[in-house]
Design a protein around this ligand. Sequence first.
Ligand code: PEP
Length: 249
Amino acid sequence: MTAPRPLIAGNWKMNGLELALDEARAVAAAVDARPPAARVALCPPATLVHRMAEALGGACVEVGGQDCRAEASGAFTGDIAAEMLADAGATLVILGHSERRAGYGESDALVAAKAQAALRAGLEPIVCVGETLAEREAGRTLSVVAGQVRGSLPAELAGKAFAVAYEPVWAIGTGLTPSLMQIEEVHVAIRGELTGMFGAYGAGVPILYGGSVKPSNAVEILAIPDVGGALVGGASLKAADFLGIVEAA
Ligand code: PEP
């Protein structure tokens, strides 16, 4: 089985007004002019998904959402369905980000239900897992992450396009990153869970690393065996920084 292209996905979080689409256009122009080895995606806030998809129409940069509701429609004020993201032009969706697990009490079971919703809508889920600093210091990293993988990935993902993102909570937005050996150790453990759950198919599922990835550390992180791309927060907001990471893949 040939390895899939690495995926470099930008998570804009709650950042970006219409003017920020200029950054997305700059990314698309560079990617189209010199196609990189990696697939490239940007996940703006929900208000910009449609406008970004239109602005980049036909470009090689994919557009994703940052979360979705498990239900397809209904009385869920303020929420967004996977079908709505797909209708707006998204092809991917980030699920189970630690900011949602911590801020909204999202459980593994809820993340798994959202992953099923993403499949139902034809979206590729990027399912995030990762330990807190307290869990790492207690020596629980591998058991926490393995439990999140098992609980957040529904069996229906077998044979479908999806990715797992390992994002140590303490490395997100802090400028801190685990050592290369620590990243590799967790990715190997996630790979073991994926093959246990999905057999040979699990051997090819991309496992992204996320947490303070920037142009200056991207080359060494992306060279780690079993790192199949990156989920990038802060450094995805500026085209030049994001492109520095894209080019490192
Ligand atoms: C993220 O929020 O998914 C993330 C990885 O953020 P940052 O790159 O800013 O650490």
